[in-house]
Design a protein. Structure first.
Length: 40
């Protein structure tokens, strides 16, 4: 029982982090497209 709960929790955490990464990448890509690249 506990093992199943931990597995599900781990899957949720993995999915959440993946979604956050995808949103972060999309956000960066959108900013790069709309704005001129800032000189570094």
């Amino acid at each position: 029982m506990l093992e199943t709960i931990l597995k599900i929790a781990g899957m949720i955490v993995t999915a959440t982090s993946t979604i956050v990464k995808a949103i972060d990448l999309a956000d960066r890509f959108r900013h790069r497209k709309s704005n001129r690249p800032s000189p570094k």
